[in-house]
Every structure is written in C-alpha cells, then in structure tokens.
Design a protein around this ligand. Structure first.
Ligand code: HEM
Length: 477
C-alpha cells in the first residue's frame, strides 16, 4: 500500500513539473544562441580554458573555437557559468561601449567573496561613486609627482636585489619592485621589513583569488580570505593613524594615494568610509603589482632575446641618463623622451598581456550578430583574439615595436588595459613604473637567459615557469 502511495506521489510530482515546464516554455520563442558547446555539466569548458593557459597558449582556446564556430562570437561555459566569448575588434568595441547599458562588470564568485565590499558597502551607489573617483588618483597629472619616488624605490631595489650578483631570478625581483612601489605610493610604507611583512599575505591572496570558492581550512580560497582579513586590519590601522597625522600636520595632503582618498570628497561633498578606503587600496595593491611585475619580467625576457632592440632601448635610456646631474631623479620630461622604450613595452603587452581578458554579465536579453544573448549570461572579451590575430597584427608572433609608431594599432585591437568606462585606471601608473624599471635595468646591465626555452605558464598571468633566471653582465663604468 505504502509503495502505491509513493508511486502515485511521484507521478503527481512529475505531472506538475511537466505542466509547469510546458506552461513556462510554450510561449518562449526559439532562442538562436551563438554557436559553440557548453561542455560538461557545471565545469563546462573551464578545464580546456584554463589548461591552454597552463600550457602557455591561452589564445588556443579562443582561436580553435573561432575557427570551428565563428570568428565573431561563440558560446561556452566557464567557471560554472554560461558564457559567450566576443571576438575581434567588433566584440571588444561592443562590450566596452555597452557598460551599464546591456552589460555590467562580473567577477567569479571567489573574487566577490575575497573583496566583500564590492557587494556589501553601504550601498551599490557608493561603489559606483568610488569607481568614478579612482581615476583622479591615478591620472597622469596626479602621478607626475610620484616619478621621483618611483626612481628612488627602483634604485633601492636594484642596489639591494640585482647589483653585485652574477645570476638572478627575474620574476620575484620584479614583484618585489612593483609591490614595494605600491606600498610606498599608496600608503607611504617604505621600510623593506614592513613591505616584506605585507608581501606574504598578498601572495596568498593573489593565488586564492581565482580559485574554486570552497572556504574550508587548507584550501587556497580559505587562505586568501584569511590573508585579506589580515591586510584589511593592517590597512585600517594605517588609515586611522594617517587621519591623526594629517590633523597634527605630521603627514602631507599629497604624499600618497591614501592621503588623496581621505581628503577627496565625491560630487555630493561626502568623504569615503575608512573600510571603503581600505578595500579600495587592497584592490589597487592586488590589481596593481602582479600585472606590472609580469610585464616587467617579459621586458627582460624579450630584451635578452632581441639584442638589436635592447641596443635601441639602451641608447634611448643612456641619452636620458647622461643628460642628468649625479643624483638627479627622473621626471616627467624624461618619461616623455622614452618613446621607443614604451613602444617596446607595448609590444611586450601585446604578446604577453598580463590579463587575458575580463568578464561582463548581460543585464538584459539582447541580440548580437544575429544571435540571442540571454540576460544573466556571462560575456568575455579576450585580448588575444585581436593581439594574436593576423587580421589586426600581421605576423602576430613577430616582436615588432614599430607597430606602435605613428597612429599605432587600429582602435579596439590593442587592449592590454581593456577599454571603455572600465578601462584599467592604473594604466598611466603602470606605464611609469615599467619605464622607470627599464631605465634602471638597461642602464646597469646586459644579460642572457639561463634557460633558453623556458616554458611560459599563464595562471592567470603569464610567467616563465622557473621565474626567468638570467646571468647579468654589468656595464663597465
Ligand atoms: C601592466 C599593468 C596592468 C595591466 C595590463 C592591467 C590591465 C587591466 C585590465 C585588462 C583590467 C580590466 C578591464 C575590464 O574589466 O575590462 C584592469 C582593471 C583594473 N586595474 Fe589594471 N592593469 C595593470 C596595472 C594596474 C595598476 C598598476 C593598477 C593600480 C594602480 C591597476 C588597477 C586596476 C583596477 C582598480 C581595475 C578595476 C577597474 C574597474 O573594475 O572598473 N591596474 N586592469
């Protein structure tokens, strides 16, 4: 009897489900989704997506599918989400121009949990205001004052980490440089011991940021959350102390980004909360130093491989160096003269973009290229879909800084910093720190790679697998 009841109950449940399904879908038009496949349940094509990066060719995931399905747009499933990859300059333009109209920023769940403020600040509106203010602290005019400090920190770094060494491993040193710089320029921490105290939790944070969001002891994600709590507490203490120092005249209003943030109000005259400032600085420190250290590492790699390009960078930097009196720091004019060096850095960013792309979320159903993009689906723009595409960069694997001369690449094709309203606010800052790094590097050394065919791993940023060990040859003075 009991068995009969259970069977009837199951049949009833099935009937209700089928009816609801029919009711819900009968009036829905047939959606024409972009071509592609969504792969395995839940993991979708995430493994293929990530593993092409681990093997050093993240563009393979994109180009294989562009060839198979469409050169404009294809469907996939990444990080547990249904996703559409928009390709080429048209795809980039579409996503950059439709921010907050058809799409909005989206980060994987792990990022949102490590940076809770992106969802839980006093209000979402406040977060938008903060984003609007951020470029003010990082635009060229504001940064000009910092060039001398960058020069000073680079000098300390090269004297302590590079000089009097026959061999060095580049990536950790580049990371130390960009992190030290960020600590100094964002919150005025210059003491190397204090910087090192911060460095470990930051490494834990960075490695757990894009990970499976399982918050259990021992998982990278758990360690990242713990590290971010630790850093946030430290930053709050620094912020409170700074407020006191500013009130007592012991700190200046322009000494770093923290002072700027504390003293700048929004359009309504409101100042940022301490926790918001801590989170913004945390985000800047994370977003800022790993990307730039990857770029600096690849500058070293390519200059080792291309002696004629090294020679031109060397000549440009020595001309600047020779024009200065002993001890005189680099300034804005010097940076403006580093044109060839910047073209070289751009070519590095084209071939090894530190960020491979970024996600958005569709905030409404819309049509793209004749296909329906359903609301809630994630959208991805990929730097490689243009950077490594012969349609936009002939002979894409060739290192050729002259691509950036004259008018440079066509719009929406060179996008290491993204584009539109969400374009990287740290672009100018990154330009300065990379150029100052190149100045100090070529001024002191020539070098050669110790592992000629060192593998590149992209996880999520490109890094030579062994960190790029090199042998240094100091210039004879
Ligand atoms: C070579 C170095 C760098 C590269 C290649 C880079 C690249 C990028 C890219 C591609 C984005 C995402 C744009 C998008 O969502 O479409 C981004 C966002 C961001 N970057 Fe950078 N970045 C670099 C350095 C920096 C630095 C030095 C800072 C801070 C000083 C910084 C701060 C940020 C912030 C805060 C965002 C988020 C902006 C938003 O969500 O509106 N970045 N960056």
């Amino acid at each position: 009897m009991e068995f009969l009841y259970v069977t009837l109950l199951c049949l009833f449940a099935l009937l209700v489900t089928l009816s609801l399904h029919w009711l819900f879908y009968k009036n829905k038009p047939n959606l024409t989704l972009p071509p592609g496949k969504t792969g395995w349940p839940v993991i979708g094509e995430s493994l293929e997506f990530l593993s092409t990066g681990w093997k050093g060719h993240p563009e393979k995931f994109i180009f294989d599918r562009m060839a198979k399905y469409s050169s404009q747009v294809f469907r996939t499933s990444l990080l547990g989400e249904k996703a559409v990859v928009m390709c080429g300059a048209t795809g980039n333009k579409f996503l950059y121009s439709n921010e907050n109209k058809l799409v909005q920023a989206w980060w994987p769940a792990s990022v949102d949990k490590v940076f809770p403020s992106s969802n839980q600040t006093s209000s979402k509106e406040e977060a938008i205001k903060l984003r609007k203010m951020l470029p003010n602290f990082l635009k060229a005019e504001a940064l000009q004052r910092y060039i001398g400090i960058m020069d000073h920190i680079a000098n300390l770094n090269f004297s302590s980490g590079w000089e009097n060494k026959q061999e060095v491993v580049v990536f950790p040193l580049a990371k130390r440089y960009t992190f030290w710089l960020a600590c100094r320029l964002f919150v005025s921490i210059e003491d190397p011991d204090h910087v090192d105290k911060f460095a470990d939790p930051f490494n834990l944070l960075a490695s757990g940021l894009i990970s499976v969001p399982i918050d259990l002891p021992g998982t990278p994600f758990h360690r990242a959350i713990k590290a971010s709590d630790f850093i946030r507490k430290e930053l709050l203490a620094i912020i409170k102390q700074r407020k006191v120092d500013l009130a007592e005249g012991k700190a200046t209003t322009t000494q770093d980004i923290l002072s700027h943030m504390l003293l700048t109000s929004d359009d309504d005259g409101k100042f940022m909360h301490e926790l918001d400032i801590a989170d913004k600085i945390l985000g800047l420190l994370v977003g800022g130093h790993d990307t730039a250290s990857s770029a600096c590492t690849f500058v070293v790699k390519y200059l080792a491989e291309l002696p004629e390009i090294y020679e031109r960078v060397y000549r440009e930097q020595m001309e600047i160096s020779n024009s200065k009196s002993p001890g005189e720091l680099l300034n804005w004019n010097d940076i403006q003269k580093m044109k060839y060096s910047w073209n070289v850095a751009c070519e590095v960013l084209r071939l090894a973009p530190p960020l491979q792309g970024a996600f958005r979320e569709a905030i409404a159903d819309f049509m793209y290229n004749g296909f329906t993009i359903p609301k809630g689906w994630k959208l991805y723009w990929s730097a490689n879909s243009t950077h490594k595409n012969p349609e936009f960069f002939p002979e894409p694997e060739k290192f050729d800084p002259s691509r950036f001369e004259g008018k440079g690449p066509a719009p929406y094709t060179f996008v290491p910093f993204g584009g539109g309203p969400r374009m990287c606010p740290g672009k100018e800052y990154a330009r300065l720190e990379i150029l100052v790094f190149m100045h100090h590097l070529v001024k002191r050394f020539k070098w050669e790679k110790l592992i000629p065919d060192e593998k590149i791993v992209v996880n999520p940023m490109p890094i030579p697998a062994k960190g790029l060990p090199i042998r240094l040859y100091p210039h004879k003075s």
